[in-house]
Design a protein around this ligand. Sequence first.
Ligand code: 15L
Length: 269
Amino acid sequence: MTVPAFHRLLLTGAAGGLGRVLRPRLKAYCAQLRLSDRADLGTAAAGEELCPAVLEDKDAVHALLQDVDAVVHFGGISVEAAWQPILQANIIGLYHLYEAARHQRVRRIVFASSNHVTGFYRQDDVITPQAPPRPDTLYGVSKAFGENLSRMYHDRYGIETVCIRIGSATPAPENRRMLATWLSHDDLERLIVAALTAHYVSHTVMFGLSDNTTRWWDNTSASHIGYRPMDSAEPFRAEIEAREPLADASDPIARYQGGVFVNLGPYDA
Ligand code: 15L
């Protein structure tokens, strides 16, 4: 039997869409998988610890990070929403998470950022993680905040973070945009494990995509993470292009990398 790489990992947002994908997969890499969410987590399987918490609750977040080797942070709001919930979960909640990491001496966090940090780049641009943020939503702004907050905690306190600007992590690509943005679930697991186990991380921002032929994002600067995608949206291209008419290029949804997000909201409060 191989020895797991970690004693205890914390997965936040474990009841969310991608949290549920990662929950059974991350178990193989740790003796104990601590799971947290504000929503129901079901029953604990062997080797799981259920710790429901809201990120706005500072004391609860500090307790969550006790005795964990690393955090995979998928908690918070993962789509465009009104300002108040984004403020509470993605800004204040994330601050609590990093303060807790500092106090509990957690060395590494894998932060689920989003491609919506740069959603207002055009679909004919190819950008690197170093391109200035051009968020398409308040949600994208909150993820840009998270990238900056984690950088500050690296520079001041040495906490390592890999910020992954996740593309579209669905079972299969669903539309033309996803021919560029798709991240398969198996590649998501490869990417998270690479981010958790890479020898050198420092503070890294990278995009989360599979080995797609259509490329908007150049991850060369993050090659030290050692992520090797094995899947590609290409086998789905013919079926998607036959089904979905080519959009008018002047439509913002077809012009910008953020797709429909560039038209979402505003939501009250
Ligand atoms: C995201 O950040 C969202 O969490 C997800 O629901 C998708 O919409 C994805 O981006 C995307 O851009 O496809």
